[in-house]
Design a protein around this ligand. Sequence first.
Ligand SMILES: Cc1cc2nc3c(=O)[nH]c(=O)nc-3n(C[C@H](O)[C@H](O)[C@H](O)COP(=O)(O)OP(=O)(O)OC[C@H]3O[C@@H](n4cnc5c(N)ncnc54)[C@H](O)[C@@H]3O)c2cc1C
Length: 305
Amino acid sequence: MATRTSLPAVDAAIIGGGPAGLVAAVYLARLRRSVAIVDASQSRLATIPRARNYPGFPDGIPGAALLGALREQADRYPIERGAGHVDALERIENGFRLAWEGGDLTARLVLLASGTSDVVPAMPHLSHSLRKGLLRYCPVCDGYEVIDRKVGVLANGPTGVQEALYLRHFTPDLTLFMTPDAQALAPAERERLARAGIRLAVGAVESIRDWNGRISVRHGGADTACESLYSALGLEVHSTLAKQVGARTDESGYVLTDRHQETDVPGLYAAGDVVLGLNQIAVAAGTAAIAGAAMHLALHRREPR
Ligand SMILES: Cc1cc2nc3c(=O)[nH]c(=O)nc-3n(C[C@H](O)[C@H](O)[C@H](O)COP(=O)(O)OP(=O)(O)OC[C@H]3O[C@@H](n4cnc5c(N)ncnc54)[C@H](O)[C@@H]3O)c2cc1C
């Protein structure tokens, strides 16, 4: 049986070690708070081939390099580390207890920085296609890179229409592909596509593959090749732990917070992708900075003076 390590009790425990968790950890450590990060090491940042809209990097920066730099920055401070997926969070007197396979700890405050994960399309060599920009997830991030290119959108329902219309701002050459289990589009949605000059592929998607530097989609017995395919299959928001302790989420699962990033459970904060549909590194860093500073003040208010 694996041994279980109890980390020392801390002022602030952070669940998730992506940009949100790491930025908050640095803020809190520099504000002289004891901090622990527990991370399952699946940051979406690590999968970005090159982020070109994050401030301060004129030529862009590969996500893995930015994550490495953020980790290195956090390593300069005495921050406790736990490796694993936190699967239990409970309120206790004066704080919280969290547990993961292999460890547990108690903290006066908790920051949930657990992010989201993409629902991925069924296709071989997915990581390779992502690295090459053949498969994409986020037009806010990289719509600029597909200006006037031949682009596809993969969807399982009407949200695909929204995504395709959003991308129409960047390119006129667009095809919407529907998965076999897709919800049928209403006549009004088909009309909106037609008005915008967006093709609706005939027949459901049968396969997707990286082919000769392009992405080839087989549908209704035909093949259509695109320079990039945007997957609009949705996201899973990692807000289960927040719900476990009674924090509210919106209809998409994003954790609701006030302007200091505190949820409606006192002492539980949330930052990054888990709180906002605008899934961006700058937003993760910004909300984490707000949370870190607010958590420090909350602790300060509890201290006898
Ligand atoms: C392909 C792709 C390209 C992108 N391009 C850009 C871009 O160009 N520009 C941009 O600004 N943004 C981009 N993004 C979005 C960006 O990656 C995210 O906005 C950012 O990583 C969010 O940071 P975060 O810390 O909130 O979440 P993440 O970086 O996802 O980190 C969350 C961390 O929490 C961990 N975790 C989750 N649950 C638990 C748990 N229960 N216990 C312990 N750990 C847990 C995860 O394993 C992960 O390590 C892109 C995303 C993708 C997928």
